[in-house]
Write a protein that binds this ligand. Sequence first.
Ligand code: KG4
Ligand code: ZN
Length: 339
Amino acid sequence: MNILTIETTCDETAAAVVTDQLQVLSSVVASQDELHRRFGGVVPEIASRAHLERILPVIHEALTRAGLSLADIGAVAVANTPGLAGSLLVGLVAAKTLCVALDVPLVAVNHLQAHVYACRLAAGREVFPCVGLVVSGGHTSLYRCPDAIRFELLGSTIDDAAGEAFDKVASMLGLPFPGGPAIQRAAEKGNPHAFAFPRSMLDDQRLDFSFSGLKTAVRYKLVGPGRADFSRLELPSQLVADLAASFQEAVVDCLVGKAVQALERTGLDTLCVGGGVAANTRLRARLEEQARIKGFRLFIAPLRLCTDNAVMGAIAVERLRAGLTEELTLDVHPGPLRR
Ligand code: KG4
Ligand code: ZN
């Protein structure tokens, strides 16, 4: 069976066609980075309007690349949680409409679970049970994942998501949006020990994260409290590189430290890492180092499946196998569902 998967949780309009044997027949992602760049972050209203314009061409392109027509689709899957309400609604309405027109089942996808499932897809073999670390622009959380269906929250950020901190710090440093790749590039020429930034909650028993203090610490290296106009700062490139490298190292220390704590706490021996920030080369290297030292199995989503895409919606295959399809009354849930 061919499954059309739709993803519009944030600012990427994406569709893919996958088979119930987990083959990927096509994947299309229309990025909105250009539209949001000048604001230094995603503007929800702009995002939902752009989804509206793009959703039908993106679905059409996904079918064309797969060499299929709508009549060949046996189920439609859509990410309905978590995300921006207006963005989620565009994908959900498109999915429901297709389900009515084609008389095929509707499958709900939890976007965060899908980020973990990207590891299963790329591995081509079983990765469950595992600890899932989802680290993206909107979320930074750890989960116990006994299988592909069950997903239990162990801890999450109490303020900013890691990717959000990357984006905001990049904007302070005069680096372009999205900030993650820009900070990574700047950090290559910087000293990660130049500034002793805080590693909040690392010594805490809880499996939670906090990045807003780190963001403020970077800010205070540049300007004091109050309303600063960062665009007026003229920062020497070596200072930018050192701040970027020291900031990145602090984020990576927290993510790696908490992931290792989660493995120890749960007794699980497998870690799956997904989400946009999982593309970070320093994070990947440090996780691989810890996996060697501590002897756990590590699966990190490949770069093309780290940032938002519809291929990871192939988790719908697992839900279909478990008989988990939805009524057409299915709604969006902007906040993370704790199920
Ligand atoms: O998963 P994603 O595409 O969207 C959300 O669901 O939020 O993640 C986007 C986030 C952005 O904050 C971006 O700055 C970050 O992922 N990101 C990175 C890197 N590539 C993307 N952060 C650090 N290093 C990277 N190489
Ligand atoms: Zn995401």
